[in-house]
Ligand binder design. Structure first.
Ligand SMILES: Nc1nc2c(c(=O)[nH]1)N[C@H]1C(S)=C(S)[C@@H](COP(=O)(O)OP(=O)(O)OC[C@H]3O[C@@H](n4cnc5c(=O)[nH]c(N)nc54)[C@H](O)[C@@H]3O)O[C@H]1N2
Ligand SMILES: Nc1nc2c(c(=O)[nH]1)N[C@H]1C(S)=C(S)[C@@H](COP(=O)(O)OP(=O)(O)OC[C@H]3O[C@@H](n4cnc5c(=O)[nH]c(N)nc54)[C@H](O)[C@@H]3O)O[C@H]1N2
Ligand code: SF4
Ligand SMILES: [Mo]
Length: 736
């Protein structure tokens, strides 16, 4: 029997459409779906590895329970009973805050997880919620929340129409783009050049993206905030007026020149490592480009001035008149979002961490503070940890201390497809099905896409196994006190019914006043996540409003369009987006302005000349977890220390031999790769490596272990957002 299935790839934010050939219930071949409305046949080497990930003998298919230091298979009943028992004991004795949860990156790629997390976190009723956001894009949420009123109102570069792109700390030739869903990002950049436009890359390394750029600016790590403010300073010297479409929508414009005054291109040059003339040149090009966008990613976020840099990116988009216009930086409009959004201004600090008092942001505390919450005795100490689709032992700072803290926990549960560096510490591991056994809709990344589109894929293979939605809702039921026998269906039904009831009671809802039973019945008898999704789509801004607009969007319509539906280029929509108290863009938010003296001080102090460590991503890896796929691992060693030839000579390093790299937090030994494609004084180790740990069960990954770069990150943070500093870490380097 032969058939072809179409499915979105969940491995990175590009969210490419895949065409999957199946013969006799086995995957024969996976290639790019040429008819997909966004990716048009593009695929990277990881996309076809969904086959190997599905077939991987090391992938967990049943729960495992740890006994005498070893994991053994267990039934779901036994696993849930143990969790219910230990949860009860720990929270009865120590209270709810004794339990913590860490949410990893794949949660954002699985819509059923996103839907189940809300009831799950609510059921835990702990303030100790942590996620990969605080080792990633949290500074952008904070700057967007402060400037536009909502942490998800993040402008994306209008890649296909811009004439000038200033890109900082991003390497889409390897990462395929982030907070900018644009499958085949490289071709889109090439087309930008073909139509006479330019792109400039700011990165301490001459990445593949930088090598294709019209200009590479080799900045010092951690210096982007100062560089961006220097550009703003130079532009403001010309006393520009705000563009017409922004004139009545901005607060704080007049205050900018004084705030930027300390950060001239000349004053910042020693700190940034960028000549004042270069900075002024970029300012000039940016200000005069017909359509331009500034875009910053990991290298601008995971640094000591991450929020300031995120803010400065959008300050530039505003003062050059490029925010919310074609070819500039625009706000996507995903289909599952309603046209009316309550204007509740963004707040931070609704609660605080117990040990160092970090404020809550978007419902979370910074994961850099999880270690102290686990090891500091006293009321509220974290004694139980649940990790959901995360590998924090490799991906969060100060890994040695982190793993030691895990060993000190009373109880740990992981929901994960592998027994890996993190889940090896867990008392119980619950495995969800593999990607090919689950359906897909992009709840997260359609919000950051360069075109508005929607697609849905059903599971490629049916499975008897519990879906991840069921697992998470079952845990929610257990944490709500319904015990291990609780029926997840009841909770799921209750949650959807309440959501419908709340919606029909809202005066501004497209289904205001309708009968909730009629709405629930209209959603049919699909699995719960699908019913939830259909509900969101139908009340969404393109929805059929349950019959009121017969041509409107429904899940059924998406099912009939397996290559997705394109809703066209992004449209200006600032008025819909703005949710600040003033109803205007806040150009000078207090938390950022009051932190500028710290940046001024760093600029004044300059550099001490020591080595600085940065990370990097690689096309054939997806964060820390796809290293068990042999076809992605073959070839030359990838986990290496990139060093400039001058530095290699200075530090006595030999290509191919090991170097010892040490920081305040720890040290690693790693093979040296000498390359001129890196700024002198900067070294780079890729992240996501460090496999082969005792008790993990990933044979291929163990054979290509590499080292964990987060042994070197010391837990320091960007003080505004609490995001971890993972780039620009002071290190010493020498032969091992
Ligand atoms: N030094 C340094 N550290 C970094 C970064 C860096 O650039 N440098 N980058 C940061 C960034 S951007 C991110 S996003 C984080 C990522 O941090 P994490 O989210 O902690 O790490 P991942 O490697 O994505 O791990 C995903 C985990 O989920 C499991 N998994 C995969 N699919 C599924 C699924 O469908 N369901 C479930 N339940 N489990 C699944 C995998 O086996 C793995 O254990 O790392 C951050 N850490
Ligand atoms: N192949 C692959 N694709 C991925 C992932 C993956 O692991 N592998 N992960 C996915 C995830 S979770 C994310 S968040 C995205 C991230 O997507 P990107 O942001 O594009 O990620 P990186 O490739 O890590 O690029 C970061 C760049 O910042 C540079 N850099 C480091 N420090 C600084 C600095 O201080 N200033 C500047 N200007 N640059 C600096 C680094 O040299 C690096 O080239 O990628 C996603 N896509
Ligand atoms: S670019 Fe990303 S979404 Fe596309 S095939 Fe590769 S991993 Fe999958
Ligand atoms: Mo990420």
């Amino acid at each position: 029997m032969e058939r072809t299935a179409f499915r979105t790839c969940p491995l990175c934010e590009a969210s490419c459409g895949l065409e999957i050939e199946i013969v006799d219930q086995r995957v024969k071949r996976i290639r790019g779906d040429r008819s997909h409305v966004m990716s048009a046949g593009f695929i990277c080497p990881k996309g076809s590895s969904l086959k190997q990930l599905y077939e991987d003998p090391d992938r967990l298919r049943t729960p495992v329970i740890k006994e005498d230091g070893h994991h053994r298979p267990a039934s779901w009943e036994e696993a849930y009973a143990l969790i219910a028992d230990r949860w009860g004991q720990i929270t009865d004795q120590y209270g709810r805050d004794a339990a913590a949860v860490y949410l990893g990156n794949p949660n954002a790629h699985q819509f059923e997880n996103s839907l189940a997390l809300r009831p799950l976190i609510k059921a835990m009723a702990t303030k100790n919620v942590f996620s990969a956001s605080s080792v990633d894009q949290l500074p952008k949420h904070v700057s967007a929340g402060l400037m536009f009123g909502h942490p998800l109102s993040i402008p994306v570069p209008d890649l296909d129409r811009t004439a000038y792109l200033l890109m900082l700390g991003a390497n889409p030739y390897e990462s395929n783009g982030s907070l900018c869903t644009a499958p085949d990002f490289p071709s889109r950049l090439e087309r930008l050049q073909e139509r006479g436009g330019k792109f400039v890359v700011v990165d301490p390394r001459r990445t593949k993206t930088a090598s294709k750029a019209d200009r590479w600016i080799a900045i010092n790590p951690g210096a982007d905030a100062a560089f961006l403010l220097a550009i703003a300073n130079a532009i403001l010297e010309e006393r520009p007026a705000l563009a017409d479409h922004l004139r009545h929508r901005v607060d704080g414009f007049d205050a900018l020149p004084d705030l930027m005054a300390p950060f001239t291109p000349e004053a910042t040059a020693a700190f940034t490592g960028v000549d004042a003339a270069v900075t002024r040149g970029v300012a000039n090009e940016l200000a005069n480009a017909e359509r331009a966008a500034v875009y910053g990613r990991i290298g601008t976020h995971t640094v000591a001035f991450g929020t300031t840099a995120s803010w400065a990116v959008d300050v530039l988009n505003v003062i050059t008149g490029n925010l919310d216009r074609a070819g500039g930086a625009m706000f996507p409009y995903p289909s599952h979002i309603g046209s009316q959004r309550a204007r509740r201004p963004f707040v931070m600090g609704r609660w605080h961490g117990r040990v160092s008092g970090r404020p809550e942001i978007i419902g979370e505390l910074p994961v850099a503070s999880l270690i102290e919450e686990m090891v500091t005795p006293g009321e509220g100490q974290v004694r139980m940890l649940l990790t959901l689709a995360g590998n924090p032992a490799l991906t969060t700072p100060n890994s040695a201390a982190f793993e030691e803290a895990l060993e000190g926990l009373d109880f740990m549960v992981s929901v994960d497809v592998y027994l890996n560096e993190t889940s090896r510490h867990a008392d119980v591991v619950l495995p969800p099905p593999s990607a090919l056994e689950r359906s897909h809709y992009d709840l997260a990344f359609t919000g950051f896409s360069v075109r508005d589109y929607a697609d849905y894929s059903p599971p490629v293979f049916e499975t008897e196994a519990a879906s991840e939605f069921e697992i998470l809702v079952k845990l929610a039921a257990i944490f709500s006190g319904f015990g291990p026998e609780a029926d997840p269906d009841l909770l799921a039904a209750g949650a959807l019914t309440s959501a419908i009831q709340a919606e029909v009671q809202r005066g501004d809802s497209p289904i205001s006043g309708r009968d909730p039973t009629e709405i629930l019945e209209a959603l049919g008898d699909r699995p719960w996540p699908e019913r939830n999704l259909d509900f969101l789509l139908r009340i969404g801004n393109r929805g059929d409003h349950f019959g009121a607009l017969p041509d409107g969007l429904t899940l059924e319509k998406l099912e009939g369009n397996p290559h997705g539906i394109d809703f066209g280029p992004l449209q200006p929509r600032l008025d819909q987006v703005l949710a600040t108290g003033s109803g205007r863009i806040e150009l000078t938010p207090e938390p950022i302005i009051s932190d500028l003296p710290r940046l001024a001080q760093a600029v004044a102090q300059g550099r001490n000349g020591g080595a600085m460590l940065v990370g990097r991503r690689q096309l054939r890896s997806a964060n820390s977890w796809t290293h068990n796929v042999e076809v992605l691992m073959k070839g030359r060693e990838r986990c290496t220390l990139e060093v400039h030839p001058d530095d290699a000579e200075r530090w006595g390093l030999v290509h191919g031999e090991k170097a010892l790299v040490a920081s305040a937090a720890g040290k690693v030994e790693v093979p040296v790769e000498i390359t001129a494609d890196i700024r002198p004084g900067v070294v780079s180790i890729p992240y996501g490596w460090g496999h082969g740990r005792l008790g993990s069960a990933m044979k291929v990954a163990a054979a290509y272990a590499g080292v964990n770069v987060n042994f070197l990150s010391d837990g320091s943070i960007d003080p505004i957002s609490g995001n971890a500093v993972l780039n620009g870490i002071p290190v010493t380097v020498g032969p091992a």
